[in-house]
Design a protein around this ligand. Structure first.
Ligand code: PXP
Length: 240
């Protein structure tokens, strides 16, 4: 059976980072979401952070009203969950969040934080949202994500991205392949992301049973030179 085409989730946080540099109205992340969608993005992804350094509550509400799937990354924080539930995205991903971090650092330790995460997971599921958890590609986390009631696991690709040698990259791809197969066997959909760019994305797109890749920084960075439309469609071509 032919595998489904991989979905591309375009994370637009850093469009809002640029706007927040001047606390102005441009560049508008809502307009960026529309361009990204027209250029091949299947999902629009954003992260509502506690410090609101990029996406604001009003952005989230507007993004969730757009046609098509908006996928929201959020931490296990009651106030953030309240805002996200009011905005009603199609799907969410629970991620760790450390104050002062430059970007998400590694996946959630679902085993250790199971009790707190299961309360939040239950609230999100009760509201009818598709639930993903961002984890390292390791068996204990996959099992714990399934026990949490997650529909999707998003594997952190940072370890793969950090490898500079071919054997090191190969080992990380095998690690992702194994975890993806395990998750797929358990009935979970598999996404991956973090640090993916135009040079390193292709092998991840070929992992069997991978269903979506979430990519932000490299696309927004490239869009400065070639425009968002070209930056998204070039990425789309690389993963197809
Ligand atoms: N997936 C998750 C869970 C993330 O937190 C991020 C960063 O916001 C990404 C994917 C995208 O990472 P990058 O911006 O490095 O492409």
């Amino acid at each position: 059976m032919k595998e489904q085409r991989i979905k591309l989730g375009v994370n637009i946080d850093h469009i809002a980072t640029l706007r927040q540099a001047r606390r102005d109205i441009d560049p508008d992340p809502i307009a960026a979401a529309q361009v990204a969608r027209q250029s091949g993005a299947d999902l629009i992804v954003c992260h509502l952070r506690r410090d609101r350094r990029h996406i604001q509550d009003e952005d989230l509400i507007k993004l969730c009203r757009l046609k098509g799937e908006t996928h929201v990354e959020l931490s296990d924080d009651k106030q953030i969950v309240d805002v996200v539930l009011r905005a009603k995205p199609a799907s969410v991903c629970l991620v760790p969040e450390r104050p002062g971090e430059v970007s998400t650092e590694g996946g959630l330790d679902v085993v250790r934080n199971f009790k707190s995460l299961s309360k939040t997971a239950a609230r999100l599921k009760k509201a009818g949202l598709e639930l993903s958890v961002f984890i390292a590609p390791e068996a204990p986390n996959v099992r714990a994500a399934r026990n949490l009631g997650a529909d999707v696991v998003e594997f952190d690709t940072s370890d793969y991205v950090a490898e500079s040698t071919k054997p090191g990259q190969r080992a990380q791809i095998e690690r992702l392949e194994l975890a993806t197969y395990m998750a797929w066997e358990m009935g979970l959909a598999v996404h991956a992301g973090h640090g993916l760019d135009y040079h390193n994305v292709a092998p991840i797109a070929r992992v069997p049973h991978m269903s979506a890749l979430n990519i932000g920084y490299s696309i927004v960075a490239r869009s400065v030179f070639v425009g968002l439309k070209s930056a998204v469609s070039e990425m789309r071509r690389l993963i197809d």
